[in-house]
Write a protein that binds this ligand. Structure first.
Ligand code: NAD
Length: 283
């Protein structure tokens, strides 16, 4: 207990802030977390990627929407521009190395730098349900390609932040999408090894693991089973599923300078789904 009065002044001296803590906190609320940052978000044409692109823009970032479906991607770019944000569409398939190299070159050409990469793209529901290798390709090879393309400018800048979007599937056994689970597990492992290797360049690599999140990919599942979200909410400690904005908020933190000492971390954003098994709860 008695350590606190000593600790607080030493924390203040670390932040170098002349403001009292409450005033500092109020002042910080007005600061946009991504001012002057340049971010690439893959699969940003809908769902979680779209929410991330919009949130980053609202926080001041210039965003490159890297999306295989150009019409979808264009809608998001228009959405951001109509809110006075800066956004560009780069239609590309993240599994194609040359297209991703062109994505990085385009970003550098248009915006001069690349501070943030979010690897969010995922294959179609059919590929996920069919345990197709295409899912491994989009999730793992796609992320790898994008990381390789942005590493040279990030190394030159000696700064960068990569957030890989994994899944609760990587943290607990959830069938029957085994290839999807394998891909999402692999992305957790490679995030850690990259964090270890590139920390010396001040490049951070982190992962978020969302739980069930209402996005367009779920629409055919909900049509076939109208109670699917109700059923999934029952096994989640918070008693509900997520919306895409909640996943975007966690991504914003990890991508931003607010997480400047966070690398190699795995953040579950799953309402407590992977925290334990409710079957053991005493009624
Ligand atoms: N929705 C959930 O319940 C949930 C849960 C856990 C994790 N996630 C993860 O969050 C991420 C986003 O999920 P979502 O629900 O928004 O998915 P979504 O299907 O709604 O969006 C994915 C986007 O990626 C694009 N895409 C597909 N292949 C691509 C490629 N080769 N190159 C570029 N873009 C491509 C699609 O066109 C689409 O716009 C995924 O990585 C997913 O695994 C989602």
């Amino acid at each position: 207990m008695s350590a606190w009065p000593q600790l607080i002044p030493s924390c203040r001296s670390v932040t170098n802030s002349p403001l009292p803590l409450a005033a500092e906190s109020n002042a910080r609320k007005k600061i946009r977390m991504m001012k002057n940052k340049v971010a690439i978000v893959t699969g940003a044409g809908r769902g979680i990627g779209r929410a991330i692109a919009n949130r980053f823009s609202a926080e001041g970032a210039s965003v490159v929407v890297a999306e295989i479906d150009a019409a979808r991607g264009n809608e998001v770019v228009e959405e951001i521009r109509s809110s006075k944000g800066i956004a560009h569409l780069f239609p590309c398939d993240v599994t194609q190395e040359h297209q991703v190299q062109a994505l990085a070159a385009f970003t550098l050409g248009e915006l001069g730098r690349v501070d943030i990469l979010v690897n969010n793209a995922v294959s179609s529901l059919e590929a996920i349900h069919g345990n197709s290798w295409e899912t491994l390709d989009v999730v793992l090879k796609g992320a790898w390609n994008c990381i390789q393309a942005v590493l040279p400018p990030m190394i030159e800048q000696t700064s960068g932040s990569v957030v890989n979007v994994s899944s609760a599937n990587a943290l607990m056994g959830l069938g029957p999408e085994h290839v999807y689970t394998a891909a999402k597990g692999a992305i957790v492992s490679v995030t850690r090894s990259l964090a270890v290797e590139y920390g010396k360049y001040n490049i951070r690599f982190n992962v978020i693991c969302p739980g069930t999140t209402r996005t367009e990919i779920w629409e055919p599942i909900e049509q076939a089973n109208p109670t699917v979200f109700e059923d999934l909410s029952k096994v989640c400690p918070l008693g509900r599923i997520a919306n895409a904005q909640e996943i975007a908020a966690a991504t914003l933190f990890l991508a931003s300078d607010e997480a400047s000492f966070v690398t190699g971390s795995v953040l579950a954003v799953d309402g407590g789904l992977t925290a334990g098994n409710q079957a053991f709860r005493k009624s």
